[in-house]
Design a protein around this ligand. Sequence first.
Ligand SMILES: *[C@@H]1O[C@H](CO)[C@@H](O)[C@H](O)[C@H]1NC(C)=O
Ligand SMILES: *[C@@H]1O[C@H](CO)[C@@H](O)[C@H](O)[C@H]1NC(C)=O
Length: 195
Amino acid sequence: MMKSGIITLCLALCLTVAVTASSDSNNYYYGKTKPANLKEEKVTRVCFFLHDILSGQNPSAVRIAHANLTGSEDSPVGFGSLFAIDDPLTVGPEKDSKEIGNGRGMYVSGSKNMDKFMIVMYVDLAFTTGKFNGSSISVFSRNPVAEEPGGREVSIVGGRGKFRMARGFIKIKTHQIDMKTGDAVLRYDATVYHY
Ligand SMILES: *[C@@H]1O[C@H](CO)[C@@H](O)[C@H](O)[C@H]1NC(C)=O
Ligand SMILES: *[C@@H]1O[C@H](CO)[C@@H](O)[C@H](O)[C@H]1NC(C)=O
């Protein structure tokens, strides 16, 4: 008797909870949709150099995977090679120039035609000093490396901190490259639209 009484009480409680939850379920995981009233969009130009160093004891770019294709062993940048990067960003092109951030993420060699060498970048460019300390720019884009010398363009698809909701583009020019090692210093000229 006692036992079934407790069970009945439990069932009643459970039902109450279930009913409450279901009557609230319309608002369970999302809030009201309303006009965003975004602030006026601003534009900021950001210019720096990215050092992509594959050689030596302390590389900033490392190959983490590659396709099992003939020749992919001889050519470290062959189609399907995937690199992880933690590349320093500096104000000037010199190695010892003031560091202002880092580019972290990955890029993959994306063209089967090695005459048209290109990479696809999945990279977060973060700043560690100045007005934009703690903010970053998200790049997801193909980077048609072989389309020099006019400079190539990659797209900015988002950002963090002061660059929240960013969009825009970056003109990239190779400042210096060592064809043997692949070590490169690249000039990044970013036009960032943000709020
Ligand atoms: C790589 O390719 C070669 C030749 O096609 C094949 O014999 C070998 O088993 C492959 N290795 C792996 C790990 O798939
Ligand atoms: C950048 O921000 C970090 C985290 O807030 C802080 O620790 C650091 O001192 C700042 N650096 C500069 C140079 O402002």
